[in-house]
Design a protein around this ligand. Structure first.
Ligand code: HXC
Length: 260
């Protein structure tokens, strides 16, 4: 990590995992413009750092993030929102090539739920609460809530959450496929770290293309998606890691992946 001087983010790298904590606890990690821009900057830096193979975003026990900062936007006009275009910053999350894990405890509401859903995997503690309460504020989700939630849990469940603002418990979120797993709060970080380390041990070029291919499944026809996957699959035969992985299997030994 370079010389970062973040106010609302604490970031570190261990065992090839970039660990990022949202750190604005006095307002339940409300996502103000500065926090989002610090978050995106550190993720972009980690995405380019070859020591990092996977990133984890987490909050504290009470909140992953309770949404966008309401006072910051309360009096803004449409034109101010448009010119400020804070969602352009959020869009940069989509360009990250390495897997991202959200480790969620407590509130993941509004932009907080959208941030978790922008990650590739979600691990939650039993205390986690997921919801899109924007309707109660006179707006709708703006950072992917109507789109990613619908794809994750289906139309009728997404409709109920978005139209009434009702949130989901971690158990419910697990049951409907919004998240990967639920653990007791004290095990959340260890669980997220284990998952991240498992991904970090895989060959990075294949991991990168695997992420890309799965994300493409969300917005391609099956035929186009299958074609896309095939090309990536053939491409991987030009990597040393493919040779190493398959030779290691044949020679009955563990592969040593080099990221080439
Ligand atoms: C700014 C927030 C905040 C938020 C909480 N706080 N959420 N500040 N923006 N989104 C602040 C409170 O004002 C309070 O500060 C402190 O955090 C603790 O919150 P409390 O309400 O006292 O805690 P509690 O009673 O436990 O209730 C927790 C809560 C509630 C249910 C999560 O805070 C809540 O409903 N928050 C708003 C959730 C929400 O509507 N999110 C969607 C935002 S819109 P003080 O100074 O009073 O102690 C959105 C759009 C995204 O996310 C679009 C993409 C950018």
């Amino acid at each position: 990590m370079g010389n970062r001087n973040d106010r609302y983010i604490v970031a570190s790298i261990r065992e090839n995992v970039g660990w990022i904590r949202l750190n604005r606890p006095e307002v339940l990690n409300a996502l103000n413009l500065q926090l989002i821009s610090e978050l995106v900057a550190v993720l972009t830096e980690m995405d380019r750092d070859e020591n990092v193979r996977c990133m984890v975003i987490t909050g504290n026990e009470k909140a992953f993030a309770a949404g966008a900062d309401i006072p910051e936007m309360a009096e803004a006009s449409s034109v101010e929102m448009l010119i400020q275009d804070q969602l352009a910053e959020w869009d940069r999350l989509r360009k990250l090539t390495k897997p991202l894990i959200a480790a969620v405890s407590g509130y993941a509401l509004g932009g907080g739920c959208e941030l978790a859903m922008a990650c590739d995997l979600i691990v939650a503690s039993e205390t986690a609460v997921f919801g899109q309460p924007e309707i109660l504020l006179g707006v709708i989700p703006g950072a992917g809530g109507t789109q990613r939630l619908t794809r994750a849990v289906g139309k009728v469940r997404a409709m109920e959450m978005v139209l009434t603002g009702r949130s989901m418990t971690a158990r419910e979120a697990l049951q409907v496929g919004l998240i990967n797993r639920v653990v007791p709060p004290e095990l959340l970080e260890a669980e997220a770290m284990n998952l991240a380390k498992k991904i970090a041990q895989q060959p990075p070029v294949a991991v990168r293309l695997a992420k890309q291919a799965v994300l493409k499944a969300m917005d391609m026809t099956l035929e186009n998606g299958l074609d896309y996957e095939q090309k990536l699959f053939y491409f991987l035969f030009s990597t040393e890691d493919q040779k190493e992985g398959m030779r290691a299997f044949v020679e009955k030994r563990k592969p040593r992946f080099q990221g080439k």
